[in-house]
Design a protein around this ligand. Structure first.
Ligand SMILES: [Zn+2]
Length: 434
């Protein structure tokens, strides 16, 4: 795409249209209440939440893009001065409320920008996003896939959020005498909190601004700002720390639960039945029942990193196997990770170059899923075949689990160092020479 047409999650001068995938702060850096560089396209839910995040923003700049339908508008080519038509479709990214990926089409070809996304294989919502994407792509090739590569490393494996949410509910149920705090961001993890509230029939405390967000999202009955109504509090992630937990425990027994795909920094306390089982079985041990059955074999997913802190792999980003599944479905000609400032950055081409149509032989080191269907078969058919061959992915995931290999030798050093400093791309700025 020619320089000077559009930017996605990037807010500097020089573009005619700006696209926002979602409202997390690493995607809005540079966007302020007084920003006015051009029209800003986003989903309907993002537009609804926008004034709370950017009070005083000139709302006439906001353009809502409804999901699952094509929108077209004209831009001017900076080089020729002639009109060029851009077609765009927003597709549910299943990451946080309002998050979408953008599919662009025009004279420049076809580009897919995922923003942050979770590509679960199980939920109805994920199935719908998959069907939408397939319908939108049909047999058109994606020239460049801009991919959320946050967890593009085989060491990252998570269960579905449904499973992880039940784990959190089980931990809370197993600590009936404890206060609970759960670390969350300004946006995201709402489904987890609603699941806990319904499973345990309790309300959940949130801070006042967060309650406003919940109300804007239509979640009116589950949340409260009154501390005496509940023992479960969702607190800002920045205030969730060992120090906080130790301070709270000097007043009242409290445990912290961190729902995240990122591991904690310190080595986990042994999490076998002996160490972890006792708190979980405590409640029902009085009646002689064993509560471990509730975890359905998922006990190993929960880590206890500190005597007061549990970490549960509830992730709003895709794990490695899901990224693989997504790339296999899209089969782009080329791709680029949008997370570039992480200490564990992995170029997705490294693992998945062979799933691109334009292969990258020098980088096919670990790829086991060569596309053997050949060029004669229509792309749409190949994409559907890839979905049906999903069993391969499961086998490969199990194989990796058994081996526990860390191909890259990447060691996860510090929780905070893994956060992305900035996301987004001015499309024309990306250089594919690497
Ligand atoms: Zn995000």
């Amino acid at each position: 795409m020619e320089r000077g047409l559009i930017s996605v999650d990037r807010w500097s001068d020089g573009s005619q249209a700006y696209f926002l995938t979602h409202l997390h702060s690493d995607h809005t850096r540079g966007l302020t209440s007084s920003w006015s560089k051009g029209p800003l396209f986003c989903s309907r839910i993002t537009a609804k939440l926008f004034p709370l995040r950017f009070p005083g923003f000139d709302l006439s700049l906001l353009r809502v893009i409804d999901v699952e339908s094509w929108h077209s508008f004209s831009l001017i080519s900076p080089s020729s001065g002639s009109n060029t038509v851009l077609h765009v479709m927003a597709i549910d990214a299943h990451h946080c409320p309002g998050s979408v990926m953008f599919l662009f089409r025009g004279d420049f070809g076809c580009l897919l920008y995922t923003g942050d996304f979770r590509w679960e294989g199980t939920s109805k919502r994920a199935e719908r996003a998959r069907a939408t994407l397939l319908n939108a792509l049909q047999d058109n090739a994606v020239d460049v896939l801009y991919l959320d590569n946050t967890y593009c490393n085989p060491s990252y494996e998570f269960p579905s959020r449904e499973v992880a949410a039940q784990l959190v509910a089980d931990i809370i149920a197993a600590h009936p005498e404890h206060d609970i705090i759960i670390g969350i961001h300004d946006l995201g993890k709402e489904e987890l909190l609603v699941h806990i509230a319904r499973a345990l029939n309790i309300k959940i405390w949130v801070w006042p601004e967060r309650l406003q967000t919940m109300h804007l999202l239509g979640l009116n009955d589950v949340f409260t700002t009154k501390t005496d109504l509940t023992r479960v509090r969702a607190v800002p992630r920045y205030s969730f720390s060992i120090n906080t937990l130790e301070g709270l425990n000097s007043i009242c027994p409290t445990i912290g639960i961190m729902p995240s795909g990122l591991p904690w920094t310190v080595k986990p306390i042994e999490c076998d039945d002996k160490h972890f089982g006792s708190p979980l079985t405590h409640q029902n041990s009085k009646s002689g029942e064993i509560q471990m059955g509730n975890l359905n074999g998922n006990l190993g997913l929960v880590k206890k990193f500190h005597k007061y802190i549990f970490s549960v792999p509830y992730s709003d980003h895709s794990c490695f196997a899901e990224i693989q599944s997504f790339i296999g479905l899209v089969q782009p000609n080329n791709m680029k990770g949008i997370v570039s400032s992480s200490s564990c950055y992995v170029d997705p081409i490294y693992y998945f170059g062979c799933l691109c149509k334009a292969s990258q032989p020098a980088k096919k080191l670990h790829c086991k899923h060569e596309n053997k269907k050949g060029g004669s078969q229509a792309l749409a058919v190949r994409r559907k075949l890839y979905i049906e061959s999903g069993k391969l992915t499961k086998l490969e995931t199990q194989r990796r689990k058994d081996r526990k290999a860390d191909y890259f030798g990447v060691r996860l050093k510090r929780f905070h160092s893994l956060r992305r400093i900035q996301r987004g791309a001015k499309i024309a700025d990306i250089d594919f020479s690497d």
